[in-house]
Structures are given as structure tokens and as C-alpha cells.
Design a protein around this ligand. Structure first.
Ligand code: ZN
Length: 181
């Protein structure tokens, strides 16, 4: 679909880059000097003050007219028992049948009206994939986009908002121009 410079390895890949956060937004509420003491943050989970529990998942959005999805790498809060269960199942390859956990969306995507109060369900997936986040079917624009999908133009708009540059997949010319710019 697009060519883009990968934020993790620096190479160019083709596809649809996702946009994500390596912590739930509430992590930022903890003063930096206290984070080590109060937060346990991994690539997939976060506990704040032994009291607030979060996991990372993928809020996937179909891209209309394609077979592909765009994903927000976002966080969901869970109750302690569900979080413990998530941790127990973390290394188990086949866990989708264990079901899903209800929580609150815990990333604030500034492109939308407040997203941190959305009810969300995190569905476990097999094969080490991060949970699939399903938003409660409200009329919040993010929930609508998840249900109805987004156009490629809307996707470009999202990338522009986050200053992520994407090039047409077959756009060698544009690629060369952007590299020399
Ligand atoms: Zn890469």
C-alpha cells in the first residue's frame, strides 16, 4: 500500500505503518523521577502503584477497498484479576479461547475527542499477537471508524497529523525525491 521508513529498524518497508505508544497515557501522569519506583512497564503491560493495570493491544481499523487494516498500538486498563490472567497466559501460544477482558481505553489519541473514557474489550489472540481491542459500539468517531473502516485519504490524514511520511508503494520517484530533500 505505502512505503515508509520504519521507526524501529530504520529500513523502508511496504504496508500500512501502525501508530502506537509504548506506555498507557496515565504513565505520563506519574512524575518522571517517581516512575521507576511506582511503575512496572514492559512492552505489553504496565502497573502503576500496584493498583492500576494496563495491557497493550491493537485497535484495528479496516481500510476500505483493501484487505488491509491500520492499527493503533494502544492500551486498555484491566481489573487486577483479569490482568493477572493476562500475565499467566502471556507466554502461551494458544490463548484466544481464553476469551476477552473488559476495560477502558487508556491511550489518548489527540486526533479525536477524548478517547480515554471509551469502554473497550481486549480479545486475546494466538501466536504471540497482541490482543485485539474492540471498542464499545458508540457513536464516538474512533468507534465509528473501527466499525465502518476508513478511506485511504483518511489514513493519509492520520499520518499527516502524526507527521509520519508515507509514499506510494510503487513510487520510486517520490522516494528518491524525499530522500534527497
Ligand atoms: Zn522495521
Amino acid at each position: 500500500m505505502f512505503r515508509f521508513k520504519c521507526a524501529s529498524c530504520g529500513d523502508f518497508h511496504s504496508g500500512i505503518p501502525d501508530i502506537g505508544w509504548s506506555y498507557p497515557v496515565f504513565y505520563l501522569d506519574v512524575p518522571e523521577a517517581e516512575r521507576e519506583e511506582r511503575c512496572q512497564l514492559t512492552s505489553d503491560s504496565c502497573v502503576i502503584d500496584d493498583k492500576w493495570f494496563f495491557i497493550r493491544g491493537c485497535l484495528e481499523i479496516p481500510v476500505i477497498g483493501t484487505e488491509e487494516v491500520f492499527a493503533w498500538g494502544a492500551w486498555v486498563s484491566l481489573g487486577e484479576a483479569d490482568f493477572d490472567r493476562f500475565v499467566e497466559l502471556y507466554d502461551i501460544d494458544s490463548r484466544a479461547e481464553e476469551g476477552s477482558f473488559l476495560g477502558w481505553f487508556s491511550s489518548n489519541i489527540e486526533l479525536y475527542p477524548k478517547t480515554t473514557e471509551l469502554k473497550a474489550r481486549a480479545h486475546l489472540r494466538d501466536g504471540g499477537l497482541r490482543p485485539f481491542i474492540e471498542l464499545e459500539p458508540t457513536d464516538h468517531p474512533l468507534a465509528l471508524e473501527q466499525r465502518e473502516g476508513i478511506t485511504i485519504d483518511r489514513l493519509r490524514e492520520i499520518y499527516r497529523f502524526f507527521k509520519i511520511s508515507v509514499l506510494p508503494e510503487d513510487g520510486t520517484q517520490e522516494l528518491l525525491q524525499s530522500l534527497s530533500a
